[in-house]
Every structure is written in C-alpha cells, then in structure tokens.
Ligand binder design. Structure first.
Ligand code: ZN
Length: 216
C-alpha cells in the first residue's frame, strides 16, 4: 500500500452496491505523509484549485454481489489471444468514485459526482469559507474546553489520591465542607475500577449546548 493520506467525509457516503456507509478514503495525490484530512484543512499539495478523483473502498466488499456463475465461466474460457478489454464489463464492476474539491489548497468539499464538484468549485466564495471556518472554530473551542476540563479533573483526582485516609473517607461520605467542595467533580468516580476511563465516557456523551447544529 505504501504511504497515503486519509480523507474523512463530513457525511458517510453509501456504497452503491451494498449500502454500507463509507466514512473515508485514502489518497496518494497530496504528497502523502499519513495525514488525516477533514473538510476545511489545508492540504500538503501543489494543487492550488481543482478537483481530484479518488476511488472508494467498501469495507463490506466481500459480500458484494458477484457476476452470475455462467458469465464467470465464460470469462474463464477467454482465449489467450483475445483482447482483455472486451471482457472487462463482465468481470469488473466499475469503481465508485469521489471527487475531492480543492480551493486555494483548502479541502472545501467531497462530492459524489464530478458535476457536483465542478459546480462547487465554480461557485465557492468567501461566504462559504466563513461557514467552514465557523464550523472549525466551534470544534476547536469544544476540544479546547474538553482538554481543560480533563486537565482539571486529573489534577483534582491526583490531589485526592495524596490525601490522608481520614480525609478521603470524609470526601467519600460526602461530608462536603467548604474546603473540599473542590472534589465535587470526581466524587462519582471514586472507587470505580477505571475512574478516568469512566469520566472520559461521560465527557464524550456531553453535547456542547452552544453548538448543536454543528455537532456531528
Ligand atoms: Zn459495499
């Protein structure tokens, strides 16, 4: 396979043969360095503006419908000197393509047809760029807020671990005097087998109240 980049789709694209949602594709067309790109990212590429065709790979390909048995047999009997291309329509199912739309080196969209990609690139403007920026800004803010909360939770938990057994039991028994109300965030996790893991799960379940419309 070699080195490639991964392009994540904003909305999964359904496989035309089996309906399986496909979340991403791989490409070697942007100076590949094993990066993962999302819509809005600046690509490592010499392409300033254009449409790049890429094939989709369905993770459920093993269950794809096969050509009828008699056609397969017919293929098996192809004489050696015949032109291979004559038989390609029977043997090969045409690949499902996606079209990566690049605008000033920014991945602005992923489309299922060339026509849609062309339409996108000819009509894209600063207003559309602002919408992408706004989306990324909300995601960045959310990630940064999560990071700060994790940092706070972890340092609180470490502080709790350094307490005397007597103080620990006071906190566990919820004798919350003013000075130990700081442990409120970790209370429900004390005594669990993997407190940090449980906290992360709870954090992931939360949706930012400000940004429902942007949240995938
Ligand atoms: Zn499929």
């Amino acid at each position: 396979m070699g080195i490639y980049d991964t392009i994540m789709f904003k909305v999964p694209i359904k496989c035309k043969l089996c309906g399986t949602p496909i979340a991403s594709t791989q490409t070697k067309k942007f100076n590949p360095i094993l990066r993962t790109y999302y819509v809005g990212d600046i690509l490592e590429t010499g392409i300033i503006t254009g449409v790049v065709e890429e094939e989709l790979f369905c993770p459920n390909y093993k269950n794809h419908p096969q050509p009828p048995q008699d056609l397969q047999n017919q293929n098996a009997e192809v004489p050696e000197n015949s032109l291979e291309t004559e038989y390609l329509p029977i043997q090969k199912i045409p690949p499902q393509n996606v079209y990566l739309v690049v605008w000033h080196k920014i991945l602005i969209s992923i489309e299922e047809t060339y026509e849609a990609a062309y339409q996108k690139i000819t009509t894209f403007g600063i207003g559309d760029l602002f919408l992408i920026y706004e989306d990324l800004y909300v995601k960045q803010q959310t990630a940064s807020s999560k990071f700060n909360r994790i940092k706070h939770w972890t340092s609180t938990y470490l502080k709790y671990l350094s307490l005397s057994e007597e103080d620990k039991s006071r906190i566990q028994n919820k004798e919350l005097a003013l000075e130990n109300i700081q442990y409120y965030d970790i209370l429900k996790y004390i005594g669990l087998e993997n407190p940090f893991e449980e906290y992360l799960k709870d954090l992931e379940k939360e949706k930012p109240s400000c940004c429902d419309e942007f949240w995938d």
